[in-house]
Design a protein around this ligand. Structure first.
Ligand SMILES: CC(C)(COP(=O)(O)OP(=O)(O)OC[C@H]1O[C@@H](n2cnc3c(N)ncnc32)[C@H](O)[C@@H]1OP(=O)(O)O)[C@@H](O)C(=O)NCCC(=O)NCCS
Length: 175
């Protein structure tokens, strides 16, 4: 159910803590993402151990390569409510060797399909920094469309950047 052509999505394990700490410390991952203040490995380990189980409203999954069974990154559907039928998606590929290899697009398709088919969501939304061209390309490939902008909401590299709001309806997923 949570398997695509290149990736499988699974629950995060406490043994993923070292990878998570390394990924969160990578400037490529953090550059266009809203992130926490730096965390020690011990803090990441603790967070992994204490992570609550996945639920309808808080689904956080590890992206694993199907072939090598290697942990590559994280994808999440957060804030789903049966009343609204909507959830927010976020993603990153933490392993540098696996970026730009189609893994992000594949994992995104898998989580969207799961959201629409199993969770019966009506739509999935996300926020991306306007200049994050690679991520926007991935979202557009899967069918997300821009629905508006929040002007100058994200500060990086000494200047303010717009945030682009994008969404995908259940019948718009491009497989
Ligand atoms: C965004 C991210 C999840 C995409 O995953 P990925 O596995 O690297 O992406 P894919 O290989 O599936 O697809 C990348 C696509 O973007 C395109 N792309 C990459 N850089 C680009 C750029 N600067 N401008 C335009 N397109 C670009 C690639 O050509 C490819 O499209 P194509 O298949 O049509 O050729 C990943 O790069 C990542 O984790 N980035 C850092 C964290 C981040 O920005 N997360 C998103 C926050 S909203």
């Amino acid at each position: 159910m949570l398997t695509g052509k290149l990736t499988r999505l699974r629950a995060l394990e406490p043994t993923d803590a070292e990878s998570l700490a390394r990924w969160l410390d990578d400037p490529v991952v953090s550059h266009w993402m809203v992130n926490d203040y730096p965390m020690s490995l011990a803090q990441v380990v603790k967070r992994c151990e204490e992570r609550p189980r996945n639920t309808y409203g808080n689904l956080v999954l590890c992206i694993e390569s199907l072939r090598e069974k290697r942990a590559l990154g994280v994808i999440a559907l957060i804030g789903a409510e049966p009343e609204s039928g909507w959830a927010e998606m976020s993603i990153y590929i933490g392993e540098p060797d696996f970026r730009s290899g189609g893994y992000g697009t594949d994992a995104l398709r898998v989580v969207c399909r799961y959201g629409f088919d199993q969770m019966r969501l009506h739509g999935i939304w996300l926020v991306v920094v306007s200049e994050n061209a690679g991520a926007r390309r991935v979202y557009e490939k899967v069918g997300f469309v821009e629905e508006g902008r929040q002007r100058q909401r994200f500060y990086r590299d000494g200047k303010w950047h717009d945030l682009v709001m994008m969404s995908l309806l259940a019948d718009e997923l491009i497989d």
